[in-house]
Each structure stands twice: as C-alpha cells, then as structure tokens.
Design a protein around this ligand. Structure first.
Ligand code: ZN
Length: 324
C-alpha cells in the first residue's frame, strides 16, 4: 500500500475523517456525527481517537504523510485560533490547532473548510486544469476559498476569501457578522429556508402548509415544479451569487469559479439568474468571454459546479499535508 495522509472535515453536523493516498485514492473513510452539544473537548477527543486508530491500522503498509483538518470558521494561521464559527459556538476564539496537536502529539495543517474544498477541487475535481480559482461553498452558511498560482491565498493572517460576507444589498437582511445584506443571507441553505418561511406568495404558502418541515431541498423541488414563490427565491439566490461572483471576477479575472456545498445541487434552479446577473455586472467577465471566443484552450472564465460535492473539503484536507 502507498503512503497516505489523513484529512478531517469538521462541520457543525458531520465529522468525517479519511485516509487518502498521494494519487487521490480513498483508503478508508470514517463518517461520524459532530456531537456539538457535548462540547469542544468531547468532539476533539473523539476526532483524535479516530485519527489515531485509522493511522495505526494503515501504518504497517504505508507511511503517514501528515494530518490536515478543515474547519468552518476563520482561521488565524499565525496562532491556530478559530474565529467567527457559528456552527461550533464554543470553538470560537480558542487555540484549536494547538489543542488538536497536543492530543495527537504531532503537527497538523489547520485550514478553513472552504479553502480545503478549493484544494480538493484543484487536486481531483472541477479545477484540475487551472492554477487560479475561487470557490463559493453554499451550505448552512456561505464559505469561500481563493487559490492563486496553485496556492491558497491566505491574506495577512489566513482569513482571505470570505465570500459569504460580500455585500449584496447595503439595506438587506441583517447578517451574523454584524452588517447587512451579505451573500450568506441570500444564498445559503439557511437563507433559502428562511425566505420560504417568510414568503407571502400564495402558491408557496399553500405548499408549505401541507409540508411544515421545510428545507432548502424542498424549496428547490417546488421551484422545479414551477411553484412561483419557490422560483422567486431561487432567482434571488442566483442573482445574489451573480452579483458576488461579478465582484470577484472584476477584482481578479480568474479562469474558474467553482460553486460547491449542498445548495449547489440546486444549480438548475439558480444558474439562469446567476448568469444573467453576471453578464450585467461584470465587464471583465464579458470582455474575457469575447476576447477568448473560439479559443481552443478555453481561456474564458468558467463558472461551474463542484465535481467532488460534499467530499471536496475532505479530500482537500487530506491533500494539505502532502508534499507539493
Ligand atoms: Zn456578513
């Protein structure tokens, strides 16, 4: 068996751990549930026990190259502290990296989960052909990751690429970050559910009455069935994404933007409005498209769905400690 690394995708609901070899082959995956209510120490102990036993099982036949952990929050790369982590409330402002390293007795690569997802897509997914990309991960919240010249762009301390807090509407819905109108309030699963619950569209109100357990997936299904209120919500998701992507494309003229996370499964419902808005708002996108028309190398900006889906962050986390 080949040498391997261990990747961890720590979310507010799922805690997934995988051993992956250098060719990207999955050797073993351990799917756990994040027991948030039991507190940080419990979750960390459980995670580290699973990592240790996985390493012990595989090490006789290959060398452990390292451990990478992706987390849903802003990571201070200097200190390994986590900041702004609504899905893991008691983890914020704590030295998470040091606590994991102390338990495992070894260094770990600690990274924001969307940055890890961007690495995963570049390694094995939609972005294999490019060295520069941005990813928008649409889940409970909206995450973002930026790769420039094959490397995660960290910014000053590791917090670059927080695309979920790009402002869509200065007078819009209040955001958990303290301001208003952030993308996260329009394009996350939470936002979709919220908008459905507060909709006054008679068709959507009627559909919701018969099905009170509303989810973003259910709203998507209604949109695809032609429900006017649900369609309006997904139009707003697409329009908001188009606006945010236009800002990123205008700033960076990237060759690829990947849309990941669970809400990306609603691509068919939101993509038309996304592209309409992007064409309207980004001269850079339009100019790149027209300058490269007919270009066999396909150099225009590609806006595409994630190929690895919910595994992007897990594979990316495993890729982090491997040699370049
Ligand atoms: Zn915000």
């Amino acid at each position: 068996m080949a040498d391997f690394s261990i990747g961890v995708d720590l979310g507010g609901t799922n805690l997934r751990i995988a051993a992956v070899d250098q060719s990207g082959t999955l050797l073993e995956k351990i799917p756990l549930t994040t027991q948030v209510s039991r507190g940080r120490d419990y979750v960390m102990d459980e995670m580290c026990a699973a990592i240790r036993s996985l390493a012990a099982r595989l090490q006789p036949s290959g060398k452990l190259l390292g451990i990478g952990v992706g987390v849903p929050g802003m990571v201070d790369q200097r200190t390994g502290y986590l900041r702004g982590c609504p899905n893991l409330p008691d983890w914020s402002d704590t030295p998470v990296r040091a606590e994991i390293e102390r338990r495992l007795g070894t260094r770990v690569v600690f990274e924001n989960d969307a940055n890890a997802a961007a690495v995963g897509e570049m390694w094995l997914g939609a972005a294999r052909e490019v060295r520069d990309l941005a990813i928008f991960t649409l889940g409970t919240g909206v995450g973002g990751g930026l790769i420039i010249d094959g490397k995660i762009h960290h910014g000053v301390i590791g917090m670059a690429g927080e695309f979920g807090h790009i402002m869509i509407d200065p007078n819009g819905f209040p955001c958990t970050c303290g301001t208003r109108g952030c993308l996260e309030q329009y394009a996350s699963a939470t936002a979709i559910t919220c908008m459905a619950k507060s909709s006054s569209d008679p068709e959507l109100v009627a559909a919701m009455k018969s099905d009170p357990g509303v989810s973003a997936k259910r709203v998507y299904e209604l949109a695809m069935q032609g429900n006017s209120g649900a369609r309006e919500i997904f139009d707003l998701v697409g329009e908001s994404l188009g606006r945010a992507i236009a800002m990123v494309v205008n700033a960076l003229n990237l060759p690829m933007i990947v849309i990941g996370g669970g809400v990306a499964n609603g691509w068919e419902a939101f993509a038309p409005a996304l592209f309409t808005e992007l064409h309207k708002r980004s001269l850079v996108y339009m100019a790149t498209e027209s300058a490269t028309r007919g270009d066999a190398a396909g150099n225009a900006t590609v806006i595409t769905r994630s190929q690895l889906g919910s595994d992007a962050g897990l594979y990316g986390a495993a890729r982090l400690p491997m040699p370049l």
